[in-house]
Design a protein around this ligand. Structure first.
Ligand code: 5GP
Length: 191
């Protein structure tokens, strides 16, 4: 069991509706030592890739991406969630349905910060159905940049996202893959 899996077993809370609560160390209070280990691990797993930018999505991806970026020595860009339809300026836009909030957001990235010269590592906290990732991938592709890899902290392997993204041919590295969870007993099983 790696340190993220260990932390999930110790501190994760299984909620009804296939939601894993990890707000004590991942997406509200943040365990920076753990983030640092995660960044180190992604750097190892993407060692053969020439990455010059990390892309994530607000809010939960930002902390993880920033700590990881120190291992890659590259800047982080985060996609902003925007409800407004009248977007100002030159933006890449994608529509993303939120698994946890069940609403749709447009996510935007300024054209100033992503272009065809970029080789991007996408980082996010969770992979469930893959909507967030597909939005980020579409933003990278519309900029002409390449997706060199995708680093996810927790993949819920019983939901479709991981399979969809791997079938599209992307190099996806999830540090913990939850295969099942039981809201009654609190048990969590890993792949
Ligand atoms: P997807 O777009 O892959 O369906 O869901 C990814 C997004 O939903 C993640 O960025 C994360 O914020 C949120 N999410 C999905 N499943 C969970 C979960 O079980 N727990 C938490 N805390 N967030 C989740």
């Amino acid at each position: 069991m790696n340190c993220l899996e260990q932390k999930i077993v110790e501190k994760g809370i299984v909620k009804e509706g296939n939601v894993l609560k990890v707000d004590s160390f991942l997406n509200h209070q943040m365990d920076i030592e753990l983030f640092n280990e995660m960044g180190k691990e992604w750097k190892k797993r993407f060692a053969d890739k020439e990455i010059n930018k990390i892309l994530t999505i607000e809010a939960s991806g930002i902390g993880i991406a920033c700590v990881a970026a120190q291992h890659f020595g590259v800047p982080v860009v985060f996609a902003k969630k925007s409800k407004s339809i009248n977007l100002e300026g030159d933006m890449y836009v994608a529509e993303v349905e939120s698994f946890t909030h069940k609403n749709k957001n447009q996510v935007i990235v300024s054209k100033k910060f992503l272009d065809e010269n970029d080789r991007v590592l996408i980082i996010d906290d969770f992979l469930a159905n893959g909507c967030a990732l597909q939005g980020l991938i579409s933003i990278v592709q519309s900029s002409g940049a390449s997706v060199e890899g995708i680093g996810i902290a927790i993949e819920k392997g019983f939901q479709a996202g991981g399979k969809i993204i791997r079938n599209l041919g992307f190099h996806l590295e999830s540090l913990a893959i939850v295969e099942g969870m039981n809201a009654e007993t609190g048990e969590i099983f890993f792949r």
